[in-house]
Design a protein around this ligand. Structure first.
Ligand code: C2E
Ligand code: MG
Ligand code: MG
Length: 682
C-alpha cells in the first residue's frame, strides 16, 4: 500500500517540523510492534490450540484403534499385543511388556508373558531377559504396585526409584522413565502393561488417565471372552457337578469311535454308572442332600479314575447316572479294573446332614469290541448292561454281551405285564432259610417273590419291584405275598410241628408301609390264614422306618399288639438315627449283605458289623447277617457273636416244595463244606 509522506515544512519552521516527524515515526513504530506482538500471540494461541487438537485427535485415534482391535481380537493375547504396539508408537517409547495375573499359594501374582514390543532390539535384551524370569506379588516392583493399587503408576527415572527391582538391568540397557497401568476386568486386575523410555520424563497425568481408560477397554475383552467361554462351557456341562453332560459325552464317544475306525487297535470302553437306591435318599433326606451327594460322588469318581479336572472322560448323564469313557485301553480287563475302582471309591460312607450314608452302584460295561459305529448305540448297550446289573441284585457290574436287548422291556410294558401277571397268578414265592449257627438249625425263612413269566423264565424282584413300587401295583402284589406266605407257613406248621415254630419273614415296601389301613389289612390276613402272629416277621428297610419316626413307632406298636415281630432290613445302608432305634419295638436287625461281603477285606466294614453287633446286644435284639457266602464269613460272624445268618453259603431261596422236603427230614446238611452241624428243624 502506498503511504502518504508528510509535506516538507517551510525553512523557518524546520526544527519543529523534524521533531513532529520523529514523534510520528516513534508512534508508528510502537503501533507496528504492538501489532506484531498481537499477531505473534494470536499465532501462538492458534498453534497451541492446533497442537492440543492434534494431540487429542491422536489420543482418540489410539483409543479407537485399541477399542476396534479389542472387539475384533480372536484372543485376549492378540488384543494386548496390539495395544502394546500402539501405545509404544504413540509415546515413541521403545519398550513395552505385558504381565497376566495367576493364582499362586492363595494370592494373585503377575507372571511375565511373551507379549512384548521392542524385545527384538538387541540393546534391550538384558532387561527383557531379567523381566521374563520374574513374578510379582501385590506391592512388589512396578507391576506389583499397579496390582496392589489398581491404578496407573509413573516413574520419572528408574535410577532414582528404590522400589524398582530391575534397576541394574535397566541401567545396562539405558532405560530411564517408566509407566505401567492395569487391565481391569470385573473389578479385578487381570494384567499389567509396562512401558520404558530411554530418557527421563516427568509424570504425564493426561497420558496416565488415558491409559486407565485403555486398561478398562482391554478388561472388557477379557470379560467378553470369559462370558463366551462360560456360555460354550455351560452348554456342554452339567450345572451341579461341572462335569460334561450327555451331549458332550456323546461327542467324546464319537471321537473315540472315529479314532477306532482309523486304527482298529485303538480300543475303548464305556462304563455306565447308576447309584442304587438314590431315589430313597432323595425322597427321605430332601433334594438338597441328594445334590450334595451327587457332587461328592462326582468328585470321588474323578479321583478314583485319576482324571484331571478338565478331562471329558467322566460325564453326568442326568439324575444319578454317570458315564466314563476309557480311551486307549488294552482290553476289557482294564474296564473291569476301573469299575472295581469306582465301586471301592463309593463304598466308603458319605456324610450327609451329619449322617453316614452308604451307597452302592450298578455298572454296565461295554467295550469297543462290540463293533458299534454310533455313539448312541454304545451308550444304549452300556445302559442295558447296567440295567442287567441292577436286575441281578444291584451293587455289581455287568459286561454287555450282544443279545441283552431281548431281556429289557420298557417301563410302560413292564407295568402292563405286571398287572397281567397279578391277574394270571404268575407270581410265586421262594423261601430262603435263615440259620441259627449255635443250634445248627433253620429257624425261619424269608419269603422272596419271583415272577414266573413262562415255564423257562423266572424274573427276579430286582427287575420289577421298583416299577411295582412306582406305579402303586406293589400294594396288591404285597398283600398277595403276605397272604401267600402266611398260608404257606401255616401249612408247614401243621405238617411239620416243632417246639420252636419256624418263622416267616415278609418284606414290606415303603409304599405298603405308608398305607393308612396297613394294620387292618395285616390283621385280616392273620385271621384269614390262621397263622400264629408270633411267627410272622415283617421286614421294613431302615429308611422306611426312619422316614416319619413317630408314625412308624405308632404303626409298629399297633402291629406288635397283634403279636407280630419286626426286622429292620438292609441295616447299615440307610440313615438310622441310633437315638431312635431303642424306641422302636424291634426284634431283628438284618445287616446288609454289602458289609458282610467285604467284611474280610475292608477293616471299616468289619468294624461296622462289630458296632451293629454291640448295638443290638445293648438293645436286646437279634442280628441276622445277610448275604453270607463263604465259610470265612460264617466263622468271623460266629466269633463276633452273630448267631443268625442268611446267604448262599447255606442255601439260595428255595421253592415251597424244596423247603417242604427239607423240613421233612429232621437232620439235613445244608452245606457239605460246613460239615454236619446244620439240621433242618424238628
Ligand atoms: P432283601 O429283602 O434284602 O432280600 C435278600 C436278597 O438277597 C434276596 O434277593 C436274596 O436272594 C439275596 N441273597 C441272599 N443271600 C445272598 C448271598 O449270599 N449273596 C447274594 N449276592 N445275594 C443273596 P432277591 O430275592 O433278588 O430280592 C431282592 C430284594 O427284592 C429283596 O432284598 C427285597 O428288598 C425285594 N423283595 C423280594 N421279595 C419281595 C416282596 O415280596 N416284597 C417286597 N416289597 N420286596 C421284595
Ligand atoms: Mg428282606
Ligand atoms: Mg436285605
Amino acid at each position: 500500500m502506498k503511504r502518504e509522506l508528510p509535506r516538507p515544512a517551510s525553512d523557518d519552521g524546520l526544527p519543529s517540523q523534524i521533531s513532529d516527524l520523529a514523534a510520528q515515526v516513534e508512534k508508528l513504530t510502537l503501533r507496528l510492534e504492538r501489532e506484531r506482538d498481537a499477531r505473534l500471540q494470536a499465532e501462538a494461541i492458534a498453534e497451541r490450540g492446533l497442537r492440543q487438537l492434534y494431540e487429542k485427535q491422536q489420543q482418540l485415534q489410539l483409543q479407537e484403534a485399541i477399542a476396534a482391535a479389542a472387539n475384533q481380537a480372536e484372543s485376549i493375547e492378540q488384543a494386548l499385543q496390539f495395544a502394546l504396539q500402539q501405545i509404544c508408537r504413540y509415546t515413541s517409547w521403545p519398550l513395552g511388556h505385558c504381565y497376566l495375573t495367576q493364582p499362586c499359594d492363595g494370592q494373585q501374582r503377575l507372571v511375565s508373558t511373551d507379549i512384548w514390543y521392542g524385545d527384538d532390539d538387541e540393546s534391550l535384551r538384558t532387561f527383557c531377559q531379567v523381566s521374563v524370569q520374574m513374578t510379582f506379588a501385590a506391592g512388589q516392583g512396578l507391576p506389583g504396585r499397579v496390582l496392589a493399587s489398581g491404578a496407573p503408576t509413573w516413574i520419572a527415572d528408574v535410577n532414582d526409584d528404590k522400589s524398582f527391582w530391575r534397576v541394574d538391568a535397566a541401567r545396562v540397557c539405558g532405560l530411564r522413565a517408566a509407566f505401567a497401568f492395569p487391565v481391569v476386568s470385573g473389578g479385578d486386575v487381570v494384567g499389567v502393561l509396562e512401558f520404558f523410555s530411554s530418557r527421563r520424563h516427568e509424570p504425564d497425568m493426561v497420558l496416565l488417565r488415558q491409559m486407565s481408560q485403555i486398561g478398562r477397554q482391554l478388561g472388557r475383552v477379557v470379560e467378553r471372552k470369559q462370558a463366551r467361554q462360560r456360555l460354550i462351557h455351560d452348554a456342554a456341562h452339567d450345572a451341579l457337578t461341572g462335569l460334561p453332560n450327555r451331549k458332550q459325552f456323546l461327542c467324546q464317544l464319537d471321537q473315540a469311535l472315529l479314532r477306532q475306525w482309523h486304527d482298529a487297535h485303538d480300543g475303548f470302553a464305556v462304563l455306565f454308572i447308576d447309584l442304587d437306591r438314590f431315589k430313597i435318599i432323595n425322597d427321605s433326606l430332601g433334594h438338597l442332600a441328594g445334590d450334595t451327594m451327587i457332587i461328592e460322588v462326582a468328585s470321588r469318581l474323578t479321583q478314583a479314575l485319576q482324571l484331571s479336572p478338565d478331562s471329558c472322560a467322566l460325564a453326568r448323564m442326568g439324575g444319578d447316572e454317570f458315564s466314563v469313557l476309557l480311551d486307549g485301553i488294552d482290553g476289557i480287563c482294564d474296564a473291569v479294573a476301573a469299575a472295581e475302582r469306582v465301586q471301592a471309591a463309593l463304598s466308603l460312607p458319605f456324610l450327609v446332614r451329619d449322617q453316614e450314608i452308604y451307597v452302592s452302584v450298578s455298572i454296565g460295561i461295554v467295550s469297543s469290541e462290540t463293533g458299534y459305529t454310533r455313539a448312541d448305540q454304545v451308550l444304549r448297550a452300556a445302559d442295558l448292561a447296567m440295567y442287567r446289573a441292577k436286575a441281578l441284585g444291584k451293587n455289581r457290574y455287568e459286561i454287555y454281551i450282544p443279545g441283552m436287548h431281548s431281556g429289557k422291556v420298557s417301563r410302560l410294558t413292564m407295568e402292563t405285564n405286571l398287572r397281567r401277571a397279578l391277574k394270571n397268578e404268575e407270581f410265586v414265592l421262594h423261601y430262603q432259610p435263615i440259620i441259627e449257627l449255635q443250634a445248627g438249625e433253620i429257624i425261619g425263612v424269608e419269603a422272596l417273590i419271583r415272577w414266573r413269566r413262562s415255564p423257562q423264565q423266572l424274573v427276579y424282584p430286582g427287575e420289577f419291584i421298583d416299577v411295582a413300587e412306582d406305579t402303586g401295583l406293589i400294594l396288591s402284589i404285597g398283600m398277595w405275598v403276605l397272604r401267600e406266605a402266611c398260608r404257606q407257613m401255616h401249612q408247614w406248621h401243621q405238617q411239620f410241628p416243632r417246639s420252636k415254630p419256624l418263622t416267616i419273614s415278609v418284606n414290606i415296601s415303603p409304599r405298603q408301609f405308608a398305607q393308612p389301613n396297613l394294620v387292618e389289612q395285616v390283621h385280616e390276613i392273620i385271621i384269614g390264614t390262621g397263622i400264629d402272629p408270633a411267627t410272622l416277621r415283617l421286614e421294613v428297610t431302615e429308611n422306611v422306618a426312619m422316614g416319619d419316626v413317630e408314625r412308624s413307632i405308632k404303626i409298629l406298636s399297633q402291629l406288635r399288639s397283634l403279636g407280630i415281630r419286626f426286622s429292620i432290613d438292609d441295616f447299615g445302608t440307610g440313615y438310622s438315627s441310633l437315638s431312635y432305634l431303642h424306641r422302636f419295638p424291634l426284634d431283628v436287625l438284618k445287616i446288609d449283605r454289602s458289609f458282610v461281603a467285604h467284611m474280610n477285606d475292608d477293616h471299616e466294614r468289619l468294624q461296622i458289623v462289630q458296632t451293629i453287633m454291640t448295638l443290638a446286644r445293648n438293645l436286646g435284639i437279634e442280628v441276622v447277617a445277610e448275604g453270607t457266602e463263604n465259610e470265612e464269613q460264617v466263622e468271623r460272624l460266629r466269633a463276633m457273636g452273630c448267631n443268625f445268618v442268611q446267604g448262599f453259603f447255606f442255601s439260595h431261596a428255595l421253592t415251597a416244595e424244596d423247603v417242604g422236603n427239607l423240613l421233612r427230614v429232621p437232620y439235613r446238611v445244608l452245606n457239605a463244606a460246613y460239615g454236619n452241624a446244620l439240621r433242618a428243624p424238628r
